[in-house]
Write a protein that binds this ligand. Structure first.
Ligand code: TMP
Ligand code: MG
Length: 214
């Protein structure tokens, strides 16, 4: 006899430019999941709390300089150090919402001139997102939203390149996994579009194994 297999959680990645509203939408999504009694966990990347995360934080706040490949690998290592925990949660039936993931890792480094193939390599094998919601916003509009916070990369020119690269990376993922959401709408509008996608994915992933980023 076999015991019925427990439904796994979904791995949901929220991506976008700085100021696109990712963290707000992650919060709203967590509230909606709780209302529907769907167990869920929010994981922000970079996770600045770990020792590697502290090095990343020093780099982003521009108090530390790091060579481009070095910081690239640290961002990836920050995901790897949390990957077993994420996998465990998913297999325990918990949906995991990611505020940035491998896609940010690829495009921010590629915007500095590293090749896309190089940038993707260290993340290959990480738990694969079931869906990516790309909160798409014009870099100029993003810059106008209360201004950037003064961290590294928070300049319009970088964000413009990053947006183009997100679209390139999204094409590789394909329309099934990569969903472009117009982040120019109201909080409520964006929230409902996000929920429409997530609700279906949470339902559908049940029997499938967790994928791997490739
Ligand atoms: P945050 O503002 O969402 O905390 O992200 C910090 C910055 O780090 C943001 O500009 C995007 C960038 N970033 C990378 O360059 N590589 C990565 O792997 C991640 C997760 C973020
Ligand atoms: Mg930021």
């Amino acid at each position: 006899t076999s015991t019925p297999k427990k439904k796994r959680g979904a791995l949901i990645a929220i991506e976008g430019l700085d100021r696109a509203g990712k963290s707000t939408q992650c919060q709203l999504l967590m509230e909606r999941l709780a209302e529907r009694n769907i167990p869920a966990h929010l994981q922000k990347f970079p996770d600045r709390a770990t020792p590697i995360g502290k090095m990343i934080n020093a780099y982003l706040s521009t108090s530390a300089a790091l060579e481009d490949h070095t910081i690239h690998l640290l961002f990836s290592a920050n995901r790897w150090e949390l990957s077993a925990h994420i996998l465990q949660l998913l297999n325990d039936g918990v949906t995991v919402v990611l505020d940035r993931y491998v896609y940010s890792g690829i495009v921010f480094s590629a915007a500095k001139g590293l090749s896309l193939e190089y940038c993707r390599a260290p993340d290959v094998g990480l738990p694969g997102a079931d869906v990516v919601l790309f909160l798409d916003l014009d870099a100029e509009v993003a810059a106008q939203r209360g201004g950037f916070g003064g961290e590294r990369y928070e300049v319009q020119e970088v964000q413009g390149r990053v947006r183009g690269l997100f679209n390139v990376v999204g094409e590789r993922e394909g329309e099934g996994r990569w969903r472009v959401v117009d982040a120019g709408g109201s909080l409520e509008e964006v929230r409902e579009v996000v929920w429409g996608v997530v609700e279906k994915v949470v339902e559908e992933v049940g029997g499938k194994e967790v994928g791997r980023f490739e």
